[in-house]
Design a protein around this ligand. Structure first.
Ligand SMILES: Cc1ncc(COP(=O)(O)O)c(C=O)c1O
Length: 493
């Protein structure tokens, strides 16, 4: 299928001349963007500074800022016509490709018919879409509430958990990111996102089961083609000592912080995204969910980043943990860049919301449903989940080879096209690579034509989560670019 994608969207004969000396050669692309005729960079920067919240300035964070003008599949063009390989997908959001022709056609078709009505009326697109979406869910996860963002989805999931369980207390994992609504700031457990304000009443965080940087972890912990370089006494992944220790921490949180024998629910990403592509010991989530249920709680999987085939082996990240959650939240890739999100749960839990009115003006609008439906079709028709498995594994193996020669690559991890590279001063101390050094490597990567993300508590993890249509050729190019950026940083070139 990757070959099909490659033939359809790329031409191996069209090559972009390398504009930087010693730069790896970018794979070809036949698509011609329109010429940019808008505001120049200086005016744009000035307007951004004078009219947007200062808090948004840090997002335009390249030293030489990037002004994106057009996108097509895995490619982006800046205002000057320079092409980039988008290996971050607008923060894991452009799932099937920028302006994907089928999704574009669905959006255009719907735009000409009906933009908006509300869910108080019947319109077929909504029913058709939720039936299609729930056909992808295991168990009795059959009821859908459509909203507009991941934060809204998690807010609703928390409300549902509290209503259904009759208990206010919620457990989350340290290093998790679940959104920035006032309610969710307390669940998001990264102090970089916190103000000196009271948030998170009733929310408790257990130790993050991070096999690389956590207290416990070893060489069998992860469900990934690449393991940590840490040693452990476990003989195999069957009896994971690190997993046992992290579960004991969870039991302690329940014992000491929650009303006796009770919990409202627990949130977990299947692989932590903003936290730095952190994967848990294989059995952790399964055991944690059982404990939560034994205490009357509801188990919530945040699939905002890991859903829709991105992890390759499975359609949903939680499947790799061998669990069926009670509530699943999804956003980002669900709409390929169109703002939409969903909460999916069982009919029994969904009933908890019926005691009072609950309404969302835009959630599940006709445009969202048309787009969401086309995205689901494209993932299947183009074998994108399978592509994530194949291309992602190739990528992770390539990064692991690179790690052998670069002491500053502390850890390579992930699954499918959800990839993290943790950068350190040296592997023994694991001291995070300083922000200025990260920025230097990152800027060079961009100048060489590849866009990647950064994250993790220390900002020292390169996060690589491209549109799921990328090819092996794109991965090889990214590996070449990353190697060149590392060599330039360490003065080898
Ligand atoms: C795992 C996860 N959950 C929730 C959210 C919040 O989504 P949104 O920014 O759409 O509110 C994010 C956003 O990055 C996320 O990564």
């Amino acid at each position: 299928m990757a070959a099909m994608i490659s033939r359809r969207y790329l031409s191996s004969t069209t090559r972009l001349a390398a504009s930087v000396k010693g730069a790896p050669e970018m794979p070809g692309c036949d698509f011609k963007p329109v010429a940019y005729k808008g505001l120049n960079m200086e005016e744009t920067v000035k307007l951004r500074k004078s009219h947007l919240f200062p808090s948004t300035q840090s997002y335009a964070y390249y030293k030489k800022p990037l002004m994106i003008h057009q996108g097509h599949m895995q490619w982006l063009w800046d205002h000057a016509g320079k092409r980039y390989l988008d290996m971050f997908a607008g923060i894991v959001t452009v799932s099937v490709g920028h302006c994907h022709p089928k999704v574009l056609a669905a959006a255009e078709g719907q735009l000409k018919k009906l933009w908006h009505t509300t869910s108080i009326y019947m319109y077929p697109g909504l029913q058709e879409y939720v039936e299609k979406l729930t056909s992808k869910m295991p168990g009795n996860l059959k009821n859908v509430y459509l909203v507009n963002s991941g934060s809204e989805a998690n807010d609703l999931a928390m409300l549902l958990a509290r209503l259904h369980s009759g208990c206010y207390d919620i457990i989350g994992l340290r290093s998790a990111y679940h959104g920035t609504s006032p309610n969710l700031l307390g669940l998001t457990a990264l102090s970089t996102w916190h103000y000196n304000l009271p948030v998170g009443f009733g929310i408790h965080h257990t130790m993050n089961p991070d096999p690389y940087r956590g207290i416990w972890g070893g060489k069998y912990c992860r469900d990934s083609p690449v393991q940590t370089t840490r040693n452990c006494d476990c003989q195999s992944d069957k009896a994971c000592e690190a997993g046992n220790q992290y579960i004991a921490q969870l039991e302690d949180v329940l014992r000491f912080c929650c009303p006796k024998g009770r919990i409202g629910g627990m949130f977990a990403e299947s692989i932590q995204g903003v936290g730095g592509t952190i994967q848990f010991p294989k059995t952790f989530l399964q055991r944690a969910f059982k404990i939560i249920r034994d205490h009357g709680g509801v188990c919530i999987s945040d699939e905002v980043q890991t859903g829709f085939g991105r992890t390759g082996e499975h359609y949903w990240g939680f499947e790799a943990h061998g669990v069926v959650p009670d509530i699943v939240t999804m956003a980002k890739g669900i709409g390929n860049g169109y703002p939409m999100a969903a909460v999916v749960t069982t009919p029994e839990i969904a009933k908890s919301l019926a005691a009072a009115s609950h309404f969302n003006t835009f959630g599940g609008g006709p445009l969202a449903c048309a787009i969401g439906s086309a995205v689901l079709d494209v993932i299947d028709e183009e074998g994108l989940q399978q592509n994530c498995a194949k291309v992602g594994t190739h990528f992770l193996e390539g990064l692991a080879k690179l790690q052998e020669n670069y002491e500053i690559i502390g850890d390579v991890r992930g699954k499918g096209l959800m990839v993290g590279v943790e950068m350190v001063k040296d592997r023994k101390s694991k001291t995070p690579l300083p922000a200025a050094d990260m920025a230097e490597i990152w800027e060079t990567t961009k100048d060489l034509g590849v866009l990647i993300g950064k994250g993790g508590y220390y900002g020292n993890v390169f996060r690589i989560k491209p549109p799921m249509c990328i090819t092996k050729e794109d991965v090889d190019f990214t590996l070449d670019v990353f190697k060149t950026a590392l060599d330039r940083y360490s003065g080898k070139r």
